[in-house]
Design a protein around this ligand. Structure first.
Ligand SMILES: Cc1cc2nc3c(=O)[nH]c(=O)nc-3n(C[C@H](O)[C@H](O)[C@H](O)COP(=O)(O)OP(=O)(O)OC[C@H]3O[C@@H](n4cnc5c(N)ncnc54)[C@H](O)[C@@H]3O)c2cc1C
Length: 403
């Protein structure tokens, strides 16, 4: 089967590698020119992610990331106020991207290839690109993220929703950190909690992909409320006054909002976290979005990864979910070798409920960060789900499937 994959980020790379290994002829079309290396930050791992890497042909799973023994919470004075043992491997987006790119069949990836249109009939699906070219295939996979063009063409009524808060993110070299920060928080998934806010940090591979002690980086995330029409708009406006509604590129975040973030950190966070915000060369911003598709299959087209479901990041499953989608799609194609619509119906039935469950679970975990809980249930969740014990026992842990 000829398969055209739109989007060359982690979801697209999982799909290409896993489908290639079951005998499909794959072609990946990515809008960004050149390499995507250097994008992204920290990623939590789950057992399903290692299964997806194994089926993608990546065998060095042990070397995927940094092993931590568990979680800690520090108070505003920097002292440890809570612990929870939970061994986990934490990795970096760039490391996964390198491993999956190395596993790709030669010549199947094209950059600077932006999908513009899709049309299909009983025999094939045709994709039109911004450069005027057109490719046809038997199956098209929309792995083009939360602002998916594939989804916009086929289901324009589906729109992501802003959760009411944004994440400041940063990466700092291990070697730059003070001895105190390295000794007290570096080896853990560490939290610092304030009412309505959450900061966390964990170790990931270094810029050169190194997992050697001294060459790694600390990944920092700070969730903060930002009202959509005022505070968020200001955060996403660059120094030339241009408002980046779809997300501001890291190098355009204004010096004034970075300075304010650092000043707020000094008032609100533990000394180790303040140090990270000061050292971070390029803190960047991500508005937190959520989204659930009501369909994943449209004739000869399947949605995969963030194009179908975006969960708030507290569950740490965006990449694992994309890998799980790719495995489920491969299994459905194997189970229905002569019948694509049966295969896609089976894929959709399996993954719609998983995606919905992950989005709902992530909303439950993020309830304390919602600035205006819409009802009494959410207000109650906001009170209980923000304690150190709850956060340490639930963050970045996959929900148990009820079936
Ligand atoms: C603060 C934060 C923390 C997170 N932490 C975690 C975590 O700990 N663990 C985790 O698993 N996930 C985490 N995530 C989520 C994770 O980043 C994504 O879920 C994951 O990258 C899956 O993405 P994807 O490949 O489906 O889409 P994306 O990564 O969005 O990629 C889509 C690709 O499609 C391309 N594209 C878009 N439009 C077109 C077009 N028209 N034509 C061609 N190409 C196109 C884009 O350029 C892009 O490369 C976090 C997210 C946030 C915001």
């Amino acid at each position: 089967m000829r398969v055209l994959i739109i989007g060359g980020s982690l979801g697209g790379l999982f799909a290409a590698n896993i489908l290639h290994r079951i005998g499909c002829e794959v072609r990946v079309c990515e809008r960004a020119p050149g390499t995507l290396a250097g994008r992204g930050a920290g990623i939590a791992t789950h057992p399903e992610l290692f299964e997806a890497l194994r089926r993608s042909g990546v065998t060095s799973a042990f070397e995927v990331g940094v092993h931590v023994p568990g979680r800690i919470t520090v108070g505003c004075d920097g002292a440890v106020i809570g612990r929870h043992d939970f061994p986990q491997i934490l990795t970096a987006w760039g490391r996964l991207q390198n491993l999956l790119t190395e596993a790709l069949p030669a010549g199947c990836y094209e950059g600077a290839k932006e999908l513009k249109s899709i049309d299909q009939d009983a025999r094939e699906v045709r994709a039109g690109f911004a450069d005027g070219t057109q490719y046809s295939a038997e199956l098209l996979i929309g792995a083009d993220g939360w602002r998916s063009t594939t989804r916009a063409v086929l289901a324009p009524y589906l729109m992501p929703r802003y959760a009411g808060y944004a994440a400041w993110r940063a990466l700092v070299d291990e070697a730059q950190l003070s001895g105190h920060t390295r000794e007290t928080i570096f080896d853990y998934l560490a939290f610092c909690l304030n009412p309505g806010e959450q900061a966390l940090a964990y170790p990931v591979a270094g810029t050169n992909d190194s997992l050697t002690i001294g060459e790694r980086r600390l990944n920092f995330v700070w969730y903060r409320p930002a009202e959509e029409d005022t505070a968020l708009r200001r955060l996403l406006t660059d120094e030339q006054g241009h408002y980046h509604a779809d997300g501001i590129p890291p190098h355009l975040v204004s010096r004034a909002v970075i300075a304010e973030m650092r000043a707020d950190a000094t008032r609100l966070l533990a000394p180790q976290f303040i140090e990270v915000t000061r050292l971070a060369p390029q803190p960047f911003l991500q508005p937190i979005m959520e989204f659930s598709a009501d369909r994943m299959a449209f004739g000869r087209v399947a949605l995969l990864g963030d194009a179908a479901f975006v969960a708030r990041p507290h569950v740490g499953m965006g990449v694992t979910k994309a890998g799980g989608d790719a495995m489920a799609l491969a299994d459905a194609l194997i189970a229905h070798p002569q019948d694509l619509s049966a295969a896609l119906a089976s894929y959709e039935a399996a993954r719609l409920r998983v995606g919905k469950l992950i989005v709902e679970h992530a909303r439950f975990l993020g309830a304390p960060l919602s600035p205006t809980p819409p009802n009494e249930v959410e207000r109650a969740l906001a009170r209980t789900n923000g304690t150190p014990e709850f956060v340490m026992r639930t963050a970045a842990i996959a929900p148990t499937l009820p079936w």
